[in-house]
Write a protein that binds this ligand. Structure first.
Ligand code: DHK
Length: 144
């Protein structure tokens, strides 16, 4: 069974409480539960992680090199700033899908650029937390 690591960046631990008008009312635990349920239907195994630290995300990507066939990543604010996360993703050989809960292109201009998109095989933005499920469906197609 292909294993997908789902990685989440800073402040996403506060999902559901943080700016719900932008990010919705679901918690990260709700998203994890929905991903686990869908992964079972799709024949995927998932591992779900969150870090508020840039280096923590880099280390999660390094761990995925050993254990995962695909990465779904919402790097949150580091999307727009982190060459280190981009470089780490370049060391990963499988598919990478970038997810944003909000439509970053309708927001401040500093959110319009993504370093991670230089490596991502696909980008999903503005579909709320459904974006994670869409990413898993795509992973199943790519790895099935
Ligand atoms: C989440 C964040 O925390 C922001 O910093 C990004 C992203 C957008 C999201 O929509 O999931 O700019």
């Amino acid at each position: 069974m292909p294993t997908i690591h789902i990685l989440n960046g800073p402040n996403l631990n506060l999902l559901g409480k943080r700016q719900p008008e932008v990010y919705g009312h679901e918690t990260l635990a709700d998203v994890e539960a929905a991903c686990t349920a869908l992964a079972g239907e799709l024949g995927l195994t998932t591992a779900f992680h969150q870090s508020n630290h840039e280096g923590g995300i880099v280390e999660l990507i390094h761990a995925a090199r050993e254990a995962a066939q695909g990465i779904v990543i919402n790097p949150a604010a580091y999307t727009h700033t982190s060459v280190a996360i981009l470089d780490a993703l370049h060391t990963f050989e499988g598919p990478v899908i970038e997810v944003h809960i909000s439509n970053v292109h309708r927001r401040e201009s500093f959110r319009h650029h993504s370093y991670v998109s230089l490596r991502a095989d696909g980008v999903i933005a503005g579909f709320g937390t459904d974006g994670y499920l869409m990413a898993l469906r795509r992973m199943a197609r790519l790895l099935g």
